[in-house]
Design a protein around this ligand. Structure first.
Ligand code: SF4
Length: 313
């Protein structure tokens, strides 16, 4: 059976980040995770306290970064490890932990500017909240993005504001829509995070989130499976009332249906979470990430489907 999906050089039937990077740079490109020392308005009391129920004290990062070092030291240390394994690698510095545009512009500028000047850093990625984008911050990031590709990663998790309240997210779906409106005429690339398996959501609700964003202006998506990790509010909720997570098979089925709703051009940066084994309470099947990705490919081939199959212009 021929693969009808245009943005693929192998059996993938969705637009992988790997395809995007390989066709652009023709060599390995790796993300280097950085902690810029930010906090989050949902933790320091300005919007909320305690954070989103699934977020750990690492600020939704899934790496074990060493205690605070300046970001260039973090970058150089991590890149050295990668270069030993993969010489000739190019890099994407990725400000991952907490809300990386929540702070004075001067701080953001001092962290990002050195990577704009660094040739081997071919793109930059910044994770943040849709309600933490001041006009002057967008203008600065746009000026960076005019020089090298810059991804702004915006958490959404769900378009359902009722569930957003249960998550203690402290922003609404309309906040995301407003942010996308402000960003759409800039050079900035936007990657939206959605999360499957949230409490009180059915598979149809999770599919609806992707349908709700499908026609909005954005460039990439990360689809996560909720994981319950130690020392989070969600872990405590789960102790009280064992919370039923969707099964691995349902997850694969759901992701395939979500991919069918997306524009084929949208770059899929992630299709599962990547939890740290020692921190993970459930679901344990998430630890076998490669087999999940393989089974998503297999399911798409069996159904002869592809990203965007149900997308209507
Ligand atoms: S917005 Fe992000 S960093 Fe802040 S509490 Fe929620 S998941 Fe954590």
């Amino acid at each position: 059976m021929n693969n009808p999906f245009p943005f693929s050089f192998n059996e993938k039937r969705y637009h992988t980040f790997n395809y995007y990077l390989k066709t652009r740079y023709h060599q390995k490109v790796a993300k280097v995770i950085l902690d810029g020392g930010f906090t989050c308005p949902n933790r320091d009391g300005s919007k909320g306290s305690g954070g989103c129920i699934f977020c750990s004290e690492k600020g939704s990062g899934d790496s074990n970064l060493a205690a605070k070092e300046d970001v260039m030291t973090q970058y150089l240390r991590n890149r050295e490890v990668m270069i030993r394994k993969w010489p000739d690698t190019l890099f994407i510095p990725y400000f991952q932990s907490f809300t990386n545009t929540y702070g004075p512009l001067e701080k953001i500028r001092s962290l990002v500017d050195p990577f704009v000047r660094l040739d081997e850093a071919v793109e930059i990625a910044i994770s943040t909240r849709c309600d933490c984008l001041e006009d002057e911050t967008i203008a600065y990031l746009d000026s960076v993005a005019a020089q090298k590709p810059l991804w702004l990663e915006l958490g959404l998790q769900t378009s359902n504001d009722r569930v957003g309240e249960i998550l203690n997210r402290q922003y609404s779906f309309s906040d995301l829509v407003s942010a996308l409106e402000k960003l759409k005429d800039t050079h900035i690339k936007v990657c939206i995070h959605v999360m499957n398996g949230l409490p009180f959501e059915t598979k149809e609700d999770m599919l609806k989130t992707v349908k709700d964003i499908a026609h909005l202006p954005f460039d990439g998506i990360k689809i996560h499976m909720l994981h319950i990790i130690r020392n989070t509010t969600l872990a405590k909720m789960n102790e009280i009332e064992a919370y039923e997570l969707i099964s691995r098979d349902d997850y694969i089925d759901l992701v395939v249906r979500q991919l069918e709703e997306l524009r084929p051009e949208v770059i899929v940066q992630r299709l599962t979470g990547d939890p740290i084994r020692e921190d993970l309470i459930a679901p344990q099947w998430l630890l076998k990430k490669v087999t999940i990705l393989n089974d998503i490919d297999k399911r798409m081939r069996e159904l002869d489907t592809w990203q965007g199959k149900n997308y209507e212009q």
